[in-house]
Design a protein around this ligand. Sequence first.
Ligand code: CA
Length: 426
Amino acid sequence: MPTNATHAPGLRSWVQGANAPGCDFPIQNLPHGVFSPPGGAPRGGVAIGDQVLDVAAALAAGKLKGAAAEAAAEPSLNRLMAMGRDAAAELRAALSALLAEGAEPLPQLLHAQSAVTMHLPTEVRNFSDFMASRPHCARLGVKRDPANPLPPAFHHLPVAYHSRASSVRPSGAPLRRPWGQYPKDGAVVFAPTEAMDFELELAIWIAGENALGEPTPISLADRRLFGFGLLNDWSVRDVQRYEMPPLGPFLGKSVMTAVSPWVVTAEALEPFLLPQPARQAGDPPCPPHLATTRPDALNLQLRAAILTPRLRAAGAAPHTVTDTPFAGMSWTAAQMVAHHTSNGCNLLPGDLLGSGTVSGPEDGQEACIAELLLRGPIAFPNGETRRFLEDGDEVIFTGTASAPGFTTIGFGECRGEVLPAHASVT
Ligand code: CA
């Protein structure tokens, strides 16, 4: 789908905050989410500048109409995602017209983002997490096998596992440091983890549904991408390393997964699509059922920062530890959908995929602490150092999409603080 009037870089909104330089939510973005105003029930909204458009209020006022707007007003976006990308694109055009400069200002339909509570955008029924960054796999696999650090299947399919849907939470949810089993001092202990990590990933929200037994071919897989956000795949490294062989991650990953609350639609990201990076010399060819010439890679820049209790007390800014491009990932979101459904597995509307840790090849592009530590402890500007996360540390993800000639749009934040472990788990 080509770009259209909703992407025009000159477009401005009567919501003044949306026109501020560097704003994540200019009128070219229009992401969907679910929010509660003070004292009110959860409902669908659209971020515009520093405000939220109350979609139900816009419907009640006769300013929006139609089935997609009604679905976008509900307290979960599963039904909107079930309607698919064409419906979302039509709604986007109506939202753009409603909020554009020159239209009647309707401040009574807005709530300040600072005053509302954000919720999960969907009732997440399934969550699968992928592994698609070559540098991530290479850095972490080199200890296991220096000659062959990548998993054997890495070039043939986007490797993934089924993760836990019940413990997905919106940005802001704190993470209680978990207890778990891991080797320490020659024994296997059950104790609070000493290796609490984050993984900076892209959240992928699924549109539509394929019947069980009916794959979504790569030619149609991009139509299954409703939108995107930021995802923190909280990872308990000591527990994960011990429990993985041979069935894969379990308690090391199910502890919690956080997502940014705003779903930036695939339509909003049309200007930021790029051709997939070429395979490296010596890599096997892409299997035909995952191959496409469509530009499916996304030109995003994702960042992770850590705010320690001492930085917070001093009023200092969070310290950026990761600043990494997404476009170099070895597999695209569309390829993940085609692979996920290639055996006939049904992906449901509102299902969540994680892109896998978005690590780039350069220093500073390591998108989890396990990788950052390969260059030594993380050093903070105030002299503090970290191996893994300590209690009170807050991890903050941000991200932007940019391209020459288009307005940069952002994802908002995915943030969460590590709380102390329970005193005992008996
Ligand atoms: Ca992960």
